[in-house]
Structures are given as C-alpha cells and as structure tokens.
Ligand binder design. Structure first.
Ligand code: CP3
Length: 354
C-alpha cells in the first residue's frame, strides 16, 4: 500500500500533534458541485451512481480536485444496507428515499437477512478499492454507515419521516421487536464497516442522524447501545495503523460524554453545541469533529472567515480537532464559499497548533 502523503486527519482523530486543523465536509461530493451533477446525469439515477465503482470514485475525487481537503469520504449512501436486506430502495425524483417493503411486523423482522458485504454490497466494497487505488495516498479515505437506530427509522417508516410514528409506536408497544430489529441491523452494520476497512477504508464514521429525536432514556436504550454493539465488533487496526471511528448523533450534544464512553476515537458535533462545552464534557478522551452551521456558507467569504475563526477559537488550543460542517453541505451553496471556508481553516488554525 502507498504511504499516505497527508495523514493530518488521522493524526487529529488520534489527538496527535498536527501543524494545522484538518478539514473535510459532510456531503462534500454532491449536488452543489456542477461536476457532480454532470456525472450524476451520465449515470442515470443516484443509486446507479452508487452502484458503479468507477463513477462513485469519480465523484468522490471531485471535491478533492477542487479544494485542498484533508480527507475523502466514500461516495455511497447509508441506505445501501437496508436495501441489501431486501427492502427495495428507490429514490423518487425530488422526494428522497423510499422502501418498497417497510418492516412493520414480527414476520418482517424475522425475514431480514444479515447481508454479505462481499455479496449484495460488493459494489460498495469495489468502490472502496477503486477509490483507494485512485487516491494513491493523497489523503485518507473515510468509510461510513448509518447507525442502527437511524437505519431502523427508514426501514420501519418506509422512507423519511417527520415524527417517526411507526418506529416510535413499535418502540413503546413492542420494544422486544424493535430490539430484535436493531440487533440484526447492528450486526449488518458491523460486518459492512469491517468489510470497508478490509478493502481500505482508513477511518469509519457512523451517522446517527435521528438519534436526537429520542428522549434521553430511549436514546441510551435504542440508539447508543447499538452503536456500542457496532463499536465492540469493529476492526480497529489495518495496514499497521489505528482505524479511528467517529460517532455522530445529530442533535446529540447533551449525550457527548455517554457517546465517548463507547470507546470511539472521535465525536461529530453539530452547530447547536459549542465546541468549548463539548470539550469540557469529553475531556481528552476523544477528538471532536465539527461544527460550522452549514448555512454559514450562504454568507459572504468574509463572514465565513469570521465564523471559521469563531469555531477554531471555541475549540481552542491543542490537538484533537477536525474541522467540518455541523451537518451536510446543502445543494444550493456556491462552491467558492466552501473553498473560502477550507482556506480559512488551514490559514487561521496554525497558531492553535504552534
Ligand atoms: O458525505 C459524502 O459526500 C458521502 C456521501 C453520502 C451521501 N449520503 C450521498 C448522497 C453520505 C455520507 C450520505 C449519508 C446519508 N444518507 C445520511 C446520513 C447523513 C446525514 O445527512 O445525516 C442520510 C440520512 C442519508 C439518506 C439519504 N440519502 C437522504 C435522506 C437522501 C435525500 C437527500 C436529498 O436532499 O435529496 C439521500 C440521497 C443522497 N445521498 C444524495 C447524496 C449526494 C443526493 C442524491 C442526488 O444526487 O440526487
């Protein structure tokens, strides 16, 4: 394997010394880039793009060719796993994700297989291999998965949902059934992430997009416990190096200390929590990743620079910070503003590491 030319991101995740704060953006390969829209048009549907390792590689590299980002993230989606469990994923234009066969009954749960990542999900693993080859050590590659709870909400609702009515009804009336579902999803996620790591992912991130919709006791029982189950089963070393794991619960600021207890290396933080408070909650146990409000990128480059300075200041001196947005970049952002953010991070962060 080629030597990494820029391992700043991995070192920051391990809270090791770095010269500047590394930066990447959630959804950095996506619709705000005209070159993404062109490749997507060539591919056909979003899932056709995910299913082609060559095209998935092409869009993974697009933001890196434009900006001096410190990490690449596999181009795919969290819903590939439930799709491989037989639910029939489709994206209706302008509607977001849907499943043909949602999971509602005991029989639905019992029928679910644990997919073989090198079987139905081989297209994802092939994308990891192609991307690693084409990256040629420029920056590390992040693999990812949805959290068991977040995936279960899509599986039970049959798509995106406002109130999670079916999933929460199951949680209150049939907690045993939801636990059975979450166990299967957690085991699927574990083998999916381990396969990505075996194919060359150098860090892994778990997206718990909807954990923050739960009451604290329910968060611990139905989301956190299953992220812990995944964590306990993950391969943590590959190619002679630690494979750091990042947990991200959107709207989970109040649970950062509990999340750090899972044994992860870093926590993603959204913009509703101050990084100084987050740091007090977790001490020096984990690195922090975040947390510029993604809407900042609608402002002028000068204001973006001020806000970047504010986020760097709130983390403060010392290592263990990976700069990111607090959630995914939105499709109507001007790419030049993303460039202004990245440049400001690299420039303004140096004094914090001197
Ligand atoms: O970050 C990256 O650049 C890597 C790729 C990535 C995508 N989705 C590509 C994508 C990642 C890491 C995801 C994760 C994902 N997918 C999450 C968790 C992260 C989060 O945002 O909290 C969730 C909840 C999903 C499910 C999903 N996929 C939804 C709700 C949608 C529709 C969103 C929309 O705005 O239409 C998708 C589609 C999707 N996934 C797109 C991209 C670039 C847009 C598809 C298109 O080209 O039309």
């Amino acid at each position: 394997m080629t030597q990494l030319k820029n391992d700043t991101f991995l070192r920051a995740l391990m809270r090791e010394p770095v010269d500047y704060t590394p930066v990447w953006m959630m959804r950095q390969a996506g619709r705000y880039l005209p070159e993404y829209r062109a490749t997507r048009a060539k591919a056909g549907s979003f899932m056709d793009l995910c299913r082609s390792p060559e095209l998935a590689c092409e869009v993974t590299l697009q933001p890196l060719d434009r900006f001096p980002l410190d990490a690449a993230i596999l181009f795919s989606d969290i819903l590939t796993v439930p799709d491989a469990m037989g639910l029939g994923l489709y994206f209706a234009e302008g509607e977001g994700p849907n499943f043909e066969r949602p999971v509602r009954t005991e029989a639905d749960v019992d029928r679910l297989p644990i997919p073989d990542p090198e079987g139905e999900l081989k297209y994802v693993m092939d994308a990891v291999s192609v991307i690693r080859r084409e990256l040629d050590g420029r920056v590390p590659l992040i693999g990812f998965s949805g959290s068991p709870w977040t995936l279960a909400t899509y599986m039970v609702e049959g798509g995106s949902a406002k109130n999670f009515s079916h999933t929460k009804a199951m949680m209150f009336d049939r907690p045993d059934l939801l636990h059975r579902l979450l166990t299967k999803v957690a085991d699927s996620v574990t083998s999916y992430l381990n396969a990505q790591i075996a194919r060359g992912a150098q860090a892994a991130m778990i997206f718990d997009t909807w954990g923050g919709a739960l009451a604290p006791a329910h968060y611990r029982e139905f989301s956190l416990a299953y992220m812990k189950r995944v964590m306990d089963g993950l391969t943590r070393e590959a190619e002679g190096r630690r494979v750091p794991v990042i947990l991200f619960t959107k709207n989970g600021g109040q649970w950062l200390a509990d999340m750090a207890d899972t044994g992860c290396d870093a926590l993603g933080v959204d913009w509703t929590t101050d990084l100084a408070d987050a740091r007090r909650m977790v001490g020096d146990r984990v690195a922090l990743q975040g947390n510029l409000d993604p809407c900042t990128l609608y402002a002028s480059p000068e204001r973006i620079r001020d806000e970047v300075a504010r986020v760097l200041e709130s983390y403060g001196k010392g290592h263990g910070h990976v700069f990111n947005l607090g959630h995914g970049i939105t499709p109507d952002v001007n790419p030049e503003n993303a460039g202004a953010m990245i440049e400001a991070v690299h420039e303004l962060s140096r004094p914090y590491h001197a």
